[in-house]
Write a protein that binds this ligand. Structure first.
Ligand code: NAP
Length: 325
């Protein structure tokens, strides 16, 4: 098959497409013929050598895809050759074929075309698992998501809004924030010009955020704790602003707050399968009702993988970038 390979680590130019051996479906796995693969910010880190694949995972980059089941491994009963699916992967998505544990395979939600479905698995699994399973966001609560115009952000705004929460978000340009409003954000904050703690406090009559989904890590830790409401929950999923910062436990204690940091990729198959089952049960119906929709910035050919990484690195995108083999 054709797949993206990396000549060492470095910039987008290390990526190219080459012939590699086809993957086989092991016990409990299926092989999917890829219709499209989604880009994730972590793919850029993997390319640079900072985020190696977990043990046993393909060294081909790519943590999500859509496609058609091409082979069914021993013991798999829920999928058949020809099924149209989308998948959460530990790796291997930037390719024509990928092997994936059956529990990480999901049906394509009603009303979504096969290529576009590649925009869904990572964002749906990340947002559902962190904002709802971990932080337990409730309908009457205030939710702050940083980077509302990104892949994760565009989905988080829509899902929290659809489930009845009040949504605040940060973004880097007026245009992006306008788009976030169109997705259901009630409060938008320009992180280049405004202090999100101040704006949020003002917009919520001093209450703050019951749940924060954070992509920045160290840089925002103190301000995120400051922005939390009493009994607020901060979930850190990204470290775009560094990994080490001081946590004022006194400030957290006064609020009876919680800080959690999670990652999806390195979890055992059972954990990821449980998240996928939750997504299919709770999120896919909202996608089918078009209350939550996949946001695709651009679809590029697999051969243009370097340009796709360049685009994500530039931050000029809104929503997801996809590759079609
Ligand atoms: N832990 C996990 O399991 C997990 C899973 C998936 C993703 N993630 C993480 O989630 C984050 C988003 O991923 P993605 O795939 O959605 O990437 P993406 O589409 O590239 O989004 C990145 C976002 O970061 C925002 N940003 C940049 N600087 C910012 C700042 N100073 N303050 C607030 N926001 C800022 C950007 O906003 P503008 O475009 O408006 O500048 C953009 O919306 C990444 O850090 C990724 O590693 C974690």
């Amino acid at each position: 098959m054709r797949a993206v390979v990396a000549q060492g680590t470095g910039g987008p130019e290390v990526l190219s497409v080459a012939e590699v051996p086809d993957p086989q479906a092991g016990p409990g796995e299926v092989v999917v013929r890829v219709a499209a693969a989604g880009l994730n910010r972590a793919d850029l880190l993997q390319r640079m050598g900072f985020y190696p694949p977990p043990p046993g995972a393909s060294d081909v980059i790519g943590m999500e895809c859509s496609g058609t089941v091409a082979e069914v491994g021993e013991g798999v009963t829920q999928w058949a050759v020809g099924d149209e699916v989308c998948c959460l992967l530990a790796g291997g998505g930037y390719a024509e074929l990928v092997a994936v544990p059956a529990g990480q395979v999901m049906p394509v939600p009603d009303g979504v075309d096969l290529v576009t479905a590649a925009a869904l698995p990572e964002v749906a699994a990340t947002v559902w698992s962190n904002v709802f399973m971990v932080a337990g966001l409730r309908p009457d609560e205030t939710f702050l998501v940083h980077g509302g115009a990104g892949g994760i952000g565009t989905f988080a705004i829509q899902l929290a809004h659809a489930l009845g929460a009040r949504v605040a978000t940060t973004g880097g340009t007026a245009e992006k924030l306008e788009f976030c409003r169109s997705l259901g954000a009630d409060v938008t904050i320009d992180y280049r010009e405004q202090d999100f703690v101040e704006v949020l406090r003002e917009a919520t009559d001093g209450h703050g955020a019951d749940v924060i989904l954070d992509n920045m890590g160290a840089k925002y830790l103190a301000r995120n704790v400051d922005a939390l409401a009493t009994e607020g929950r901060l979930v850190v999923i990204g470290m775009q602003g560094g990994t080490k910062a001081e946590l004022d436990l006194g400030a957290l204690l006064k609020k009876r707050g919680a800080v959690v940091a999670t990652s999806l990729r390195a979890r055992p198959v059972e954990g990821k399968s449980a998240i996928c089952a939750g997504v299919v049960e709770h999120v896919w119906p909202l996608v089918a009702e078009q209350k939550v929709r996949p946001i695709v910035h651009q679809v590029l050919a697999l051969d243009d993988v370097a340009a796709a990484h360049e685009l994500m690195g530039s931050g000029a995108h809104t929503g997801k970038i996809l590759l079609t083999p």
